[in-house]
Design a protein around this ligand. Structure first.
Ligand code: HEM
Length: 311
């Protein structure tokens, strides 16, 4: 019989121990190894599935760019949420863990901000204006992951429409606050002021999920955790820098890049084209009108008042 090196025998013993602890028979698992296929790259990343989900609604070639870039963005949102989730759900975090998660989130946002040109420069305006009509009333506004990032980052009170932000008592319920979240009052039809179909569809599908998330994160969102954190974390200049960068990336630079796309495609000389959601997008999308800041305690009154104003 072949003599195996000590290192292999040790591995087999370790495996035997592992399976014995689970009440399992190791040789059966070794049989499984004999019959299972080895892993390929394409199987690991599910390449065929990935390439099968870009399904444009029209024959316009540029719609492929539009749908794919939205999918790329949603994948980056997914990574952002995964980091936020770890930061929010772990009990006590040392300073380096805060910095690790926050700097990852900021890197993802920077990637999204710098790649927005794929939309702005990369599609023909005429093609865009044709295929967008086939997408009514869908809109990026309906990105639930975007809304989740907001809820992971800050308290509902911070996400209220400006006109309601300081009007509710301390003991106002989260149900009440949620009804006044900024995007609910902003997404209205130009003529009637009624909620758009884009908004009502979104509310029907996601209100309960988002409200429950806000409830579960009430004292656990990034802003709350920071405000309750140990003084070493609160005063750590690197953590403060990352938090401020997150506000700048999410609530200023991404919004400005996105507004640039709306402006590039939906404005023609003096003519403003109604968006797929049918909204008054020029008075809704610029950050200076919503003034959403996840971490208001880190900004001066003047900085908050000037949020989004181009100097
Ligand atoms: C050519 C590219 C784009 C144009 C012209 C555009 C246009 C618009 C417009 C006009 C709105 C206002 C709501 C509405 O009327 O539907 C909006 C909202 C929104 N879009 Fe886009 N969009 C583009 C790309 C994207 C991408 C790639 C994403 C990524 C998911 C996205 C996510 C959003 C979000 C999250 C909102 C809501 C923003 C808020 O509530 O402050 N958009 N978009």
């Amino acid at each position: 019989m072949k003599a195996y090196p000590e290192s292999i025998i040790k591995k087999i013993e370790a495996l035997e121990k592992k399976y014995a602890e689970m009440g399992q028979d190791m040789p059966s698992y070794l049989d499984g190894l004999l019959y299972s296929n080895i892993l390929s790259y394409w199987d690991y990343i599910h390449l065929d599935t990935l390439l099968s989900i870009q399904k444009p609604k029209t024959d316009c070639k540029d719609e492929m760019i539009f749908i794919t870039y939205h999918q790329i963005t949603e994948l980056m949102f997914r990574l952002i949420i995964a980091e936020a989730e770890q930061l929010c759900t772990d009990k006590e975090q040392p300073q380096e863990v805060w910095i690790k998660h926050l700097s990852r989130i900021n890197r993802y946002f920077r990637h999204l901000i710098s790649s927005f040109d794929i939309m702005i420069q990369g599609m023909d305006k005429d093609a865009f204006r044709k295929f967008r009509m086939a997408l009514l009333p869908a809109s990026g506004f309906q990105s639930v992951q975007y809304r989740k990032i907001e809820i992971y980052s800050s308290n509902l009170r911070q996400l209220l429409h400006l006109k309601y932000r300081n009007t509710f008592q301390e003991d106002a319920s989260l149900n009440t606050l949620y009804q006044h979240i900024y995007w609910k009052s902003s997404n209205r039809e130009l003529k009637s002021g009624k909620k758009t179909l884009t908004l009502t569809m979104f509310e029907e599908k996601y209100d309960e999920i988002l409200l429950n998330l806000a409830k579960s994160l009430q004292t656990q969102n990034i802003n709350s955790k920071y405000l309750q954190a140990h003084i070493d974390i609160k005063n750590n200049p690197d953590i403060i820098k990352e938090l401020k960068n997150l506000d700048l990336n999410a609530n200023l630079f991404w919004l400005l890049a996105h507004y640039g796309a709306a402006d590039a495609f939906l404005r023609d000389k003096q003519e403003i084209i109604v968006a797929t959601g049918g909204t008054n997008w020029q008075s809704y999308l610029p950050p200076q009108y919503q003034k959403i800041m996840y971490f208001p305690s880190l900004w001066t009154e003047q900085e908050s008042a000037d949020w989004g104003r181009v100097k």
